[in-house]
Design a protein around this ligand. Structure first.
Ligand SMILES: C[S@@+](CC[C@H](N)C(=O)[O-])C[C@H]1O[C@@H](n2cnc3c(N)ncnc32)[C@H](O)[C@@H]1O
Ligand code: SF4
Length: 392
């Protein structure tokens, strides 16, 4: 496995990504296309998938920046302890440093380079999958857009290398005071999973503060958090505007994560129930609600389908927000929603195929508005916000 260093030269400016052009990283399969063409293709796909439904209005798509839009880097540790590489294995098996990937803001690219040096200085041997040897599996870096602060995580095979990280850390933190949270995740299993159960904090701070619009949000190591902050902030703002038209007295936010949707739509006189499977995300959502002075809120770590099954239709809210993972909400929850029959359902989906399947199982609603959010530029993926209103 030979290290490959690619620097973007001025002569490469006609090329969107030199890594892509040289076949070293193919993650952004549509990067050669102008953004407008990418979004046009996504719009066509969405409209084809929803062709069997009567959609009253498609609103203009919300576009992303072309570069520097991503707040999270998942770097595979490769190479050797004396010459570590943070990036990925190319399709032909070369170790490629992705510290210059243009999806990350400039300050994040600089920090990724510094982290490569950190790994070398600390003498952390990258884990070699073929030999099941080495310690460092991944470096995960998340940036808050509000203040340009960072959460830095090292995924290690065992506890062995923690002392070496602790030895080098004071120097790094003195140089980069914007790194607010550092942790080690122990992933002992010889498998392609990203992280393990055990998280060890090396800083006092255990959450990264973020703010979208006027809503304080908190990022914890294992909680889901949106990866394109500018588009996510617009998504939440749009949700807030659409929900406000209904003047709801009560809301449910199912699959709420750290609470982005519900907290944007809540107000002192609206009661909000947030449901999410990850307890750490729920702790973050509660902190945000407290910081916003919201009292009529209840966030619980539960399975959304079980929660809905256990609720009585008499206690149904005026409006239900759902934002499930890629698999969608599934038939059982669709049935519960149809039985509850709230005045409106706001569905935010990162997978239009499962969205279309779910819609076929939700009865008695008209699709009044659909909007595409280009949350994942250069890829096949996108986010869709869709408003369902109960038919009279
Ligand atoms: C696409 S994320 C959305 C999170 C949040 N709405 C946001 O805007 O950041 C989906 C969330 O569903 C959660 N989840 C997955 N399965 C779940 C289940 N069965 N019940 C409740 N939440 C679940 C995940 O942990 C994740 O936080
Ligand atoms: S992830 Fe970065 S390096 Fe890879 S293709 Fe996309 S822009 Fe290029």
């Amino acid at each position: 496995m030979s290290p490959v260093w690619v620097r973007i030269q001025p002569s490469d400016l006609a090329v969107k990504c030199a890594y892509f052009e040289s076949g070293l990283c193919l993650s952004c399969r549509h990067i050669r296309l102008p953004m407008a063409e990418q979004v046009a293709a996504k719009t066509r796909e969405l409209q084809a998938l929803l062709a069997n439904f009567a959609v009253q209005a498609y609103l203009p798509p919300v576009l992303s920046a072309e570069t520097a839009f991503r707040n999270k880097a998942k770097m595979v540790a490769l190479g050797a302890a004396h010459q570590p590489i943070l990036g990925l294995l190319s399709p032909s098996g070369e170790a490629v440093s992705l510290c210059d990937c243009s999806l990350y803001p400039d300050d994040m690219q600089r920090l990724l380079h510094r982290l490569e040096a950190f790994v070398r200085q600390a003498g952390l041997p990258p884990y070699q999958v073929s030999k099941a040897k080495g310690e460092l599996k991944f470096v995960l870096l998340t940036r808050s857009q509000a203040k340009g602060e960072y959460m830095l995580r090292f995924v290690l095979r065992s506890h062995q290398a923690i002392a070496r990280i602790e030895r080098e850390l004071p120097k790094l933190l003195a140089e980069y005071p914007q790194i607010k949270l550092v942790s080690v995740n122990i992933q002992p299993v010889h498998m392609a999973i990203l992280e393990g159960e055990e998280e060890i904090f090396l800083t006092r701070q255990t959450r990264l503060e973020e703010r979208f619009n006027d809503v304080p949000l908190y990022i914890r190591p294992k909680s889901f958090f949106q990866t394109n902050p500018q588009v996510a902030a617009q998504l939440y703002r749009t949700a807030r505007d659409w929900v406000a038209e209904f003047k709801p007295a009560s809301l449910w936010d199912l699959f709420c994560g750290v609470g982005g949707f519900g907290l944007h739509c809540a107000a002192k006189d609206i009661s909000l129930t947030g449901i999410e499977i990850e307890a750490e995300a729920i702790a973050c959502a509660k902190m945000s609600a407290a910081a916003m002075g919201l009292e009529k809120v209840s966030f619980s770590a539960l399975d959304s389908t079980d929660f809905a099954r256990g609720e009585s239709a008499a206690d149904k809210p005026d409006l239900i927000i759902v934002n499930p993972p890629r698999r969608g909400i599934g038939e059982a929850l669709c049935r519960s929603l149809s039985e509850f029959a709230p005045r409106a359902i706001l569905y935010s989906s990162c997978n239009p195929k499962t969205l279309a399947k779910d819609l076929a199982h939700i009865q008695g609603y008209a699709i009044t508005k659909v909007q595409l959010f280009d949350m994942f530029p250069h890829t096949d993926h996108f986010e869709v916000l869709l408003m369902l209103e109960r038919e009279a």
